[in-house]
Each structure stands twice: as structure tokens, then as C-alpha cells.
Design a protein around this ligand. Structure first.
Ligand code: IDP
Ligand code: MG
Length: 200
């Protein structure tokens, strides 16, 4: 199996070294995929599809409660690939762009206070259907309704302290990744078990 994986990776590298194949990848949306997008199944070059990316953030309560490691572990053990990670103190401006649809909600001032109360750890994860899968892993917005086994279901009990953020759609993920990360902060790297975990 390992030999097959390595052979496949070498095949890809050869393809990527070829200018025509590279141009074909670029014209088929490869560049946007690097920034959190995706492209449709199938590829003339035979290079496996670039998989989805999503934005996950450990909110200030999750950082204060030292849950960062456990949250990262869940995404790793599910088989997703970490391609970006940083810790920062969120500004009011960044938060209002991130939650642009919620700015008029009555709870927004309290949400703003909560989200800027301490550092957050923000990540980009990559993998097959990672947007949908991570929403399931994170659980219902209101932890009281979140299933046991989900992050919110296991670590929180109130909607105003629900530990983690996950993008809710492909478009949302692309927008949020571009908002929180510069292109150079995202790494494209190969994991040896990629055939098993990322290229199904
Ligand atoms: P999501 O985080 O599950 O995507 P959204 O509806 O996008 O849920 O809301 C963003 C965040 O705003 C929630 O995670 C939660 O922290 C906060 N929030 C949403 N609704 C309420 C509410 O009714 N009261 C207090 N906070 C809320
Ligand atoms: Mg949301």
C-alpha cells in the first residue's frame, strides 16, 4: 500500500512538473482551490481533485479551557489535513466581517464581547467533504441540542459559549479563509496516507 501511495505521489509530481498540465490545472480552478475553494470531480491531467478546505476556529472559551489540543485531535483522527494554523486576538473589524450576517442581531454586542475577550486559534483543514463533515463534528449551534460526541455536545452547554466555529458552506469557507489567512500562510503538503484520507 505504501509503495502504491508513493508511486501515486510521484506520478502527481511528474504531472505537476509539466507546464501544460500546470496550465490546465490553473485554468480549471486550481488556484481558487488553493484558497479554500474546490473544483468539480474529474481532471484531464489525471491529477486527483484538490479537496475542500474549511475554516475552524477555537473560540476564546475553548482556548481558555485548554481545549485546543483535543479539538485539533478530532480533526486529525478523522483524517483531515491541517494546512493553516495561527493564534490571534480578533479585532472588532475582523469579527464584524466574519459575522457580517449577524451584525444586526440583538445578541451581536455580546457575541462581539465574547469573541474579542481573548485569543482564538484559527485553522484551515483540508479533505474530502470537510465542510459538511466538520459541521457534523462540531454539532448544533446551541450545545443543548448538540449530540453527545460532537465538540459542542461534549464541551459546552450554552449557545453563547459554544467553543468552536466551523464554516457552514463551501462559499462561506472560501470567504472566511480569505478573510483570516493570507495565501502564503496556507501550506500545500503531501501526507503519505493521502490516498486513504484525502483522495477517495
Ligand atoms: P454557527 O456558529 O453554528 O454557524 P451561527 O448562527 O452562524 O451559528 O452563529 C454564530 C455564533 O453566534 C454562534 O456560534 C454563537 O456563538 C452565536 N450565537 C448565535 N445565535 C445566538 C443566540 O441566540 N444567542 C447568543 N449567541 C448566539
Ligand atoms: Mg455560522
Amino acid at each position: 500500500m505504501l509503495q502504491r501511495c508513493i508511486f501515486k505521489r510521484l506520478q502527481q509530481r511528474c504531472c505537476l512538473g509539466n507546464q501544460d498540465a500546470t496550465k490546465s490545472l490553473l485554468s480549471s480552478g486550481f488556484a481558487s482551490a488553493l484558497l479554500g475553494g474546490h473544483r468539480a470531480a474529474g481532471s484531464k491531467s489525471g491529477v486527483p481533485d484538490v479537496k475542500e478546505r474549511t475554516l475552524i476556529a477555537v473560540k476564546p472559551d475553548g482556548v481558555q479551557r485548554r481545549l485546543v489540543g483535543q479539538i485539533i485531535q478530532r480533526f486529525e483522527q478523522r483524517g483531515f489535513k491541517l494546512v493553516g494554523l495561527k493564534m490571534l486576538q480578533v479585532s472588532d473589524d475582523l469579527l464584524s466581517q466574519h459575522y457580517c450576517e449577524l451584525r444586526t442581531k440583538p445578541f451581536y454586542p455580546r457575541l462581539q464581547e465574547y469573541m474579542t475577550s481573548g485569543p482564538v486559534v484559527v485553522m484551515v483543514w483540508e479533505g474530502h467533504k470537510v465542510v459538511q463533515a466538520s459541521r457534523t463534528m462540531v454539532g448544533h449551534t446551541n450545545p443543548l441540542e448538540a449530540q453527545a460526541g460532537t465538540i459542542r455536545g461534549d464541551f459546552s452547554f450554552h449557545i453563547s459559549r459554544n467553543v468552536v466555529h466551523a464554516s457552514d458552506s463551501l462559499d462561506g469557507a472560501q470567504r472566511e479563509i480569505q478573510l483570516w489567512f493570507q495565501k502564503k500562510e496556507l501550506l500545500n503538503w503531501d501526507c503519505f496516507d493521502q490516498t486513504l484520507t484525502c483522495e477517495v
